[in-house]
Design a protein around this ligand. Structure first.
Ligand SMILES: [Zn+2]
Length: 392
């Protein structure tokens, strides 16, 4: 057994434990949690660190297969411009390669990420993931505006999903890309599949152009489709929330990713209809693409469940969840660290259906342990120069 101690242990199950000790077995399972109640005792084999110990982070939205695009995509182009750049790289024959994906995954593990919901359009990332200690949930993404291609789109997604789940033992679920990139026919077929999926993830309200396209057939996404010669007329013509309601089960564990342009009306419509929605925020990616952030105080005050993601290295300089925490604390100083920590750990674990093992420091779980140091104890939050390190 190894014992870890720090100035405070944030367990996510109650108040932080001052000078607490966490005992972990060789499998990373927590077997004891000691609260000295301020009486300082020495325990054998205890590694004491300055700072705080928190549960491992959960990244609720990533695309590791795009890691080869790090530094290759111009920032500040808006979503339509970003999508256009990604498409051009793909048309130029650039594909994910194992080295860039392995490096990205290794870095994520060092920076304390223990579980990831990873969007996959291909099986490019599977072999690198097999070699990693991170728990991956593979979300096999489908999109396509041309009704006549529905069969081939779904067959391909099912084949990728089968390799992940049945051959490699990594959970995999088919999921829609967004409200603006699927034909009605694809949505209808997908709706049947999604009824049996434990998790559905959709890019949502990442740009104003989404609603402009869905409602009115205007804006940058519409312009892209016209320029690319795509038959967008088969896409649903309705409000973004209406499209979600039409095709997704009410009680889905639904990950709405980004929410950058979500307003209060949309938020309430979603809250009133979906009983198990998680609002996944990827602040570094939003700043890179749209130079703006979601209305975090609105989301926080509405008491919906928030989780954190990074998006890919094409749009985020880092896949660090701690960087997302720091961005939120920096831009929204009234939001408390302990709250954002819950988003990065417990709610992320719940969003992925992994709360039985991750998200809190409790006996019987194996959530991973991270050290954050130095730590501002008078304000109970990290300093701008604080760093995170995985202890296990
Ligand atoms: Zn994404």
């Amino acid at each position: 057994m190894r014992r870890f101690s720090a100035n405070y242990i944030f367990t996510n199950t109650g108040n932080p434990i001052r000078n607490g000790v966490v005992g972990v077995n060789d499998n990373g399972e927590i077997i004891e949690i000691i609260d000295h109640k301020d009486g300082v005792k020495e325990y054998a084999h205890t590694e004491f660190r300055n700072g705080i110990i928190v549960p491992g982070f959960v990244n609720a939205h990533c695309h590791t297969e795009l890691s080869h695009l790090k530094g290759k995509v111009e920032p500040n182009t808006g979503l339509a411009g970003f999508v256009n750049q990604i498409r051009n790289h793909r048309l130029a024959g650039e594909r994910g390669n194992e080295e860039s994906i392995s490096n990205a995954i290794e870095q994520m593990a060092k920076l304390g990420t223990v579980a990831v919901a990873d969007i996959c359009n291909t099986s490019d990332s599977f072999s690198a993931k097999q070699k990693s200690g991170i728990k991956f949930i593979n979300l096999i993404e489908v999109l396509g505006l041309e009704s006549e291609k529905v069969d081939s789109i779904l067959e391909r997604a099912e084949a990728i999903s089968e390799v992940s789940a049945n051959q490699l033992g990594m959970p995999a679920y088919i999921t829609p890309h967004s409200i603006y990139s699927l034909s009605v026919k694809l949505w209808e077929r997908l709706a049947v599949i999604l009824k049996n999926n434990p998790i559905v993830s959709v890019h949502f309200a990442e740009s104003r152009d989404e609603a402009n396209f869905a409602n009115e057939r205007t804006g940058g996404i519409f312009d892209n489709y016209v320029r690319w010669g795509l038959s967008f007329s088969d896409a649903p013509n309705a409000s973004p929330v209406e499209i979600l309601k039409r095709y997704l089960p009410k009680d889905s564990r639904l990950l709405l990713v980004h929410n950058t342009f979500m307003d209060e009306h949309q938020l309430n419509e979603i809250k009133d209809y979906f009983s198990n929605a998680y609002f996944v925020l990827c602040p570094s990616s939003n700043l890179y693409i749209e130079q703006t952030l979601p209305n975090v105080p609105m989301l926080s005050a509405s008491e919906v469940k928030i989780a954190l993601g990074t998006d890919s290295l094409a749009s985020s300089p880092t896949l660090s969840i701690f960087s997302q925490i720091q961005l939120i604390l920096n831009h929204f100083p009234k939001i408390e660290f302990a709250q954002v920590l819950q988003w990065a750990t417990l709610y992320g674990a719940e969003a992925l259906g992994l709360e039985h093992s991750f998200g809190t420091i409790e006996k019987g779980k194996a959530p991973g342990l991270n050290l954050i140091s130095p730590f501002n104890f008078s304000e109970m939050k990290p300093y701008p120069n604080s760093k995170v390190m995985a202890l296990l």
